[in-house]
Ligand binder design. Sequence first.
Ligand SMILES: Nc1ncnc2c1ncn2[C@@H]1O[C@H](COP(=O)(O)OS(=O)(=O)O)[C@@H](OP(=O)(O)O)[C@H]1O
Ligand SMILES: Nc1ncnc2c1ncn2[C@@H]1O[C@H](COP(=O)(O)OP(=O)(O)O)[C@@H](O)[C@H]1O
Length: 205
Amino acid sequence: MTEHKATNVTFHHGSVTRDDRAALLRHKGATLWFTGLSGSGKSTVAVAVEAELTRRRRLCYRLDGDNIRMGLNANLGFSEEDRVENIRRIGEVARLFADAGLIVLSSFISPFRADRDRVRQLHDEHGLPFIEVYIDVSLKTAEARDPKGLYKKARAGAIKDFTGISSPYEPPEQPELTLTTDTMSLEDETAAVIAALEAQGIIPA
Ligand SMILES: Nc1ncnc2c1ncn2[C@@H]1O[C@H](COP(=O)(O)OS(=O)(=O)O)[C@@H](OP(=O)(O)O)[C@H]1O
Ligand SMILES: Nc1ncnc2c1ncn2[C@@H]1O[C@H](COP(=O)(O)OP(=O)(O)O)[C@@H](O)[C@H]1O
């Protein structure tokens, strides 16, 4: 758990509300939390959903594991402790962006259930929608895809603590949505995510 070092701090409220921002943007802020193995399709689905939302003139923003690890989280590796901190930070960023009114598309392996549940709780506490999307794939398929050649390296022992090979992945127990990318088409996956946003009243149908 994070040690709270900041003491004597007081939250400063402004006069513009989240509802004001939602009225400006014509949709609510929310976080779509894609979780799954490397190569499951998190980034591919997020990119497709981003394109469809933009086509519909809804403001969204992708937070992607590889990208964030080049900047904000460049000081974190893949030990259990670093992955916990990675998800804690990105959960806070997602919560802030969702509060700002954006539809956040977050693509992190986020292998630990407790970490994802903490991000969900954070959103709940702030009255923000959190939609967990399990990008389900068999290890066999993910390894056969191996889009970045990482499984090959992990099998050869060149990458340690690799999710699915030498580091655990805990699937969600009650995700809002499961997309099985072994068998579904990208088109159907995208449509299912958009339908979930409509069903929750985040974007109009
Ligand atoms: N050891 C190890 N295990 C898993 N993944 C690794 C590792 N080393 C590097 N990579 C690359 O980092 C991307 C995963 O970063 P994340 O921030 O999503 O990981 S985590 O949520 O903290 O587990 C992951 O991206 P995706 O393939 O898009 O999932 C990999 O490109
Ligand atoms: N139905 C599908 N949904 C998503 N990706 C798919 C699907 N079928 C094949 N793929 C391919 O699988 C790979 C997934 O890679 P990526 O999106 O980077 O995964 P992740 O972000 O989970 O690591 C891509 O090369 C993509 O084209």
